[in-house]
Design a protein around this ligand. Structure first.
Ligand SMILES: Cc1ncc(COP(=O)(O)O)c(C=O)c1O
Length: 401
């Protein structure tokens, strides 16, 4: 009989699968991560993470939390006091915004121009809200005119949800214009900035973005597992007016803030914070602060431009129009002669390079190349272009073994 797990064998005496070998520490293979995330984490951030664990209510740790909040306010460009990292990945930041802001019966216009818009719709429906989907072609940004029309047709909609940086297609939407339209119709905006935070201009206060979430593993160059979230006054007012309890205890911001925000009464236990992961986040935010946010945006833009020029020189086409491209993530169309999985396998085995496959409707049609956070360098652009040149020289797909 076959046993389902590695290092187990079937013992006919006990008729059970038993351990058959020693387990050892895990050493990951060397990889150059230039996909849609996670991105590579600088040694400086890994070093910070390996420092001794202290208590999550230790006065020194509370000081660190305050610095993290301040640094997050800086990268989000906001004064929102309700700014904190949720102790879970980007999907939990998404859920935090939806479960707190959407009440049963609420009408929410959800813009869907890629994978993550679909997830927003799921969130609305699971909160008992009425999702009004607004579909857009994958590879195109959210169209402000269509949003305007959607509000005209659905005057009771009080929330607009959209993805600022669609990682499945490499498109950046115009968050400022979309927020203006929503506010004109007396609606709040929920914005996914998982791949734009620190990699492309994002101005939470100036653009009036009410609820925004992100992830630690993209342009912040931190380890995965944290989701920075910021909520403005109007969003908090809606949460305060709720008729029903937030259905998630863990993600109820009123409860979480007892830990992350002291209004004079000190911090109270909510959950055991991932102490060492927060050391890592702090260090990665310090690195963004040292560089300067605008310099980081400009670096992402420059390196993406060099990459796209190099791709075009090699005869490759890009999925997204130049004006709508997301600097941290470039979607390139696959030539018909190239076998997707074989070529990416080749990149991994010969160049240790990981890039992303297409998702959903774009599976097998595009590759997604990430230049995120500290990985956005001219050296990595050159490395990626050289490796791709090698792959483009592979035998045509139909001749592949
Ligand atoms: C735009 C976008 N939203 C949400 C998520 C979900 O984040 P996570 O995988 O950290 O849960 C991702 C992850 O890649 C993303 O790219």
């Amino acid at each position: 009989m076959m046993c389902p797990y590695a290092k187990t064998r079937y013992d006919s005496g006990s008729q059970k699968c038993v351990l058959s070998a020693m387990f050892q520490s895990f050493t990951p293979p060397n990889r150059v991560l230039m996909g849609p995330g996670p991105t590579m984490v600088p040694q400086r951030v890994l070093d910070a993470m390996s420092r001794p664990t202290i208590g999550h209510l230790d006065p020194s740790f509370v000081e660190l939390m305050d610095e993290i909040k301040r640094l997050l306010q800086y990268v989000f460009q906001t004064e929102n006091y309700m700014t904190m990292p949720v102790s879970a990945p980007g999907s939990a930041g998404m859920e935090t915004c939806f479960v707190n802001l959407v009440e049963p019966g609420d009408e929410v216009i959800v813009c869907i121009n890629g994978v993550f818009g679909h997830r927003m719709r799921e969130n609305v429906e699971r909160c008992g809200g009425l999702a009004i989907p607004l579909y857009e072609t994958w590879g195109a940004p959210v169209d402000p005119d269509k949003v305007e029309q959607a509000f005209a047709q659905n005057p009771n909609a009080r929330i607009l949800a959209f993805v600022h940086a669609e990682t499945s297609t490499g498109v950046l939407s115009d968050a400022k214009s979309l927020a203006e339209i929503a506010h004109r119709h007396d609606a709040l905006v929920i914005v996914d900035a998982v791949t734009s935070l620190a990699g492309a201009p994002l101005q939470v206060d100036e653009w009036g973005l009410d609820a925004v979430y992100s992830g630690s593993q993209k342009c912040l160059s931190c380890v995965p597992g944290l989701s920075p979230v910021t909520l403005g006054e109007s969003a908090l007012a809606k949460i305060t007016r709720r008729q029903s309890k937030v259905q998630s205890w863990f993600l109820d911001v009123n409860l979480v803030m007892g830990y992350w925000h002291s209004s004079g009464g000190g911090r109270s236990y909510h959950h055991t914070a991932p102490v060492n992961t927060l050391y890592a986040l702090h260090e990665s935010l310090v690195m963004v602060f040292e560089e300067g946010l605008e310099n980081a945006w400009a670096r992402h833009r420059e390196n993406a431009r060099t990459l796209t020029r190099g791709l075009e020189k090699r005869g490759l086409s890009l999925l997204v129009n130049e004006a709508d491209r997301l600097p941290p993530l470039t979607a390139v169309e696959l030539p018909s002669t190239i076998c997707d999985a074989q070529a990416r396998g080749h990149l991994l085995s010969r160049h240790a390079l990981e890039i992303g496959a297409g998702l959903g409707d774009l599976a097998g049609k595009i590759w997604r190349i990430g230049l995120m956070g500290q990985m956005s360098t001219p050296e990595n652009v050159a490395l990626c272009l050289d490796a791709l040149s090698d792959v483009l020289g592979l035998d045509p797909c139909h001749q592949a073994a």
